[in-house]
Design a binder for this molecule. Structure first.
Ligand SMILES: [Zn+2]
Length: 66
């Protein structure tokens, strides 16, 4: 049995409001999705909270050192 229709991939970047293609690289943060480039801009301007990501990185580093 064939699937009738594939669900459309509808994701828009929260920064530039341009649709992100399924094969395009994207970043998810606090439930919002951005282009990789747009996200890195937000990070450099400090418009987005990166605490959780930093904490995750620190936890990962801690786990490795244990
Ligand atoms: Zn964007």
């Amino acid at each position: 049995m064939k699937a009738a229709k594939e669900p459309e991939f509808k994701i828009w970047c929260e920064q530039c409001y341009i649709r992100i293609a399924p094969n395009e690289e994207r970043v998810m943060n606090t439930g919002k999705i951005y282009h990789t480039q747009c996200y890195s801009k937000l990070v450099t301007t400090g418009s987005v909270a990166t605490d959780s990501i930093e904490k995750k990185a620190k936890n990962a580093a801690r786990r490795l050192s244990e």
